[in-house]
Ligand binder design. Sequence first.
Ligand SMILES: Cc1cc2nc3c(=O)[nH]c(=O)nc-3n(C[C@H](O)[C@H](O)[C@H](O)COP(=O)(O)OP(=O)(O)OC[C@H]3O[C@@H](n4cnc5c(N)ncnc54)[C@H](O)[C@@H]3O)c2cc1C
Ligand code: FES
Length: 507
Amino acid sequence: MSISPTERRSLWWGVRNDDPDADRPTEPLPAQAETVVVGAGLVGLSTAVELARSGRPPVVIEARRAGAGTSGHSSAKVSLLQGSRLQRLHRHAGVETTAAYVAANRAGQGWLTELLERRGTPFERRLAVTYATSTKGAEQVAEERSVARLVGLAVEDVGGADLPFPVRDAIGLPDQVQVDPLTVIDALLAELTSLGGTVIENVRVTGTSLTRPWTVTTTAGDIRAENVVLATQAPILDRGLEFARMRALRSYVLAFAVDDLASVPRSMSLSLDEPTRSLRTASTASGHFLLVGGNGHEVGHGGSTVDRVREIEDWARSSFPVGPATWSWAAQDYHLTTQVPHIGALPGTGGSLFVATGMDKWGMAMAGAAAQLITGDITGTPPEYAGPLRSSSVSLSDVGETATFVAGVGAQWVGRRAAQLAPGDADEPPAEGEGRIEGNPANPVAVSTVDGRTCRVSASCTHLGGVVQWNDVERSWDCPLHGSRFRADGSLIEGPATTGLRSREES
Ligand SMILES: Cc1cc2nc3c(=O)[nH]c(=O)nc-3n(C[C@H](O)[C@H](O)[C@H](O)COP(=O)(O)OP(=O)(O)OC[C@H]3O[C@@H](n4cnc5c(N)ncnc54)[C@H](O)[C@@H]3O)c2cc1C
Ligand code: FES
């Protein structure tokens, strides 16, 4: 299956005919600010708005365009019913933390809908559904029902909901929200600038000093700040040992044009079967769409990504009256082995260098909560749910999962360096759309051909040296360690790396 570059934009960017990497004029970097927020996704902009409301308008620095990261590629269900999230939290962190997580999401969802209503940004209320078609999935639905009710989330039994195939079990939560995430970004930008905040796009932060006041180094010069908020998904600095317990998870979303919305499910559904399936509708200026997502995997692991996209398309076309997908895209989010998002100050930074990571594909409502948590820390007025959300200790299973992951990462680091080299550095360049690793284990070279151009770049990720893997559907080099991604020419797309892969063209 070949997917043209145009089709590979998210529906949200696509219907605007806009590009998350287009340059746009930006303001000069000021010499100092009380707070610098790094990253203009939902988390960074929500935090910036909340800071501005407290009388501390920050400077936001974004490497690409606002919404260029996962936020502008989200399925954008702002829901408290989140698949198997509550049972996983309950198992790892206990009932009090799970209840605090629900409280944080409720507060974050309210924070966001209040802003959207006030700004006149449209959104839709929908029944959220978690369902299963398999016996194993049904057991998980039952557990999610019981944990949800234990922590006061009033889920209902909804039979087969409005799904057109047999369902073994399903729970629902009414009045959840679906939205176009870029309209949320627009609303946040408008609110922030009206309160005196500044957003500087197309400038990448490359590091900070070791102590406060922070000197933040960027591609446009330095800026000094009393507080820094790293709202970059994976933090670009590792001062809290985040990377040892973090997995980058990538998944796929396809949008199918629909003439009559009555022909597809109206609810926002998520299956607990393997592979998972996520459904929602979207009404845009270019018509109605059914969004189908799923087939997640760890970035840089799991083989051909073309097959994953093809499988979602086949499933959607056999389950619903839709033709070929109009838009197809992928995005990633970070899972922490502790299950609980890490939102707060890093240790040893005097409570002034913050991260917000580990949203685990449920950051839409948590963004508002992250805004309240970080602003509350800076102003000395944290929300009530802050204590229990942060008090969860690391369980034995977390330690086991982290150890297994670190061991697996180590094995791949060593093994791939040795084993994945193309035999004999084949003379022929890779075929169109393909990539391979050549050279020797100490100095591997990533060679690919895209749009007729063959590029040779270092295969060692500029973050911490992982050996990148070819992503055949997105035609990118993806790092299996912490999810940094690079274009065929080595330029950086996303992730904790702050520079691109070095060119290895032989002159
Ligand atoms: C396929 C998919 C579907 C999802 N669907 C849902 C859903 O239905 N509901 C839900 O609640 N959640 C969903 N999520 C999760 C949700 O979209 C994310 O949790 C949320 O968007 C994360 O927001 P963020 O601001 O942390 O990250 P981002 O939006 O990625 O923002 C981080 C920003 O930081 C910038 N940045 C990075 N490094 C630097 C640097 N060095 N200097 C300057 N800027 C930098 C990036 O360019 C980016 O714009 C989904 C996730 C995926 C992957
Ligand atoms: S992203 Fe960390 S080593 Fe590549």
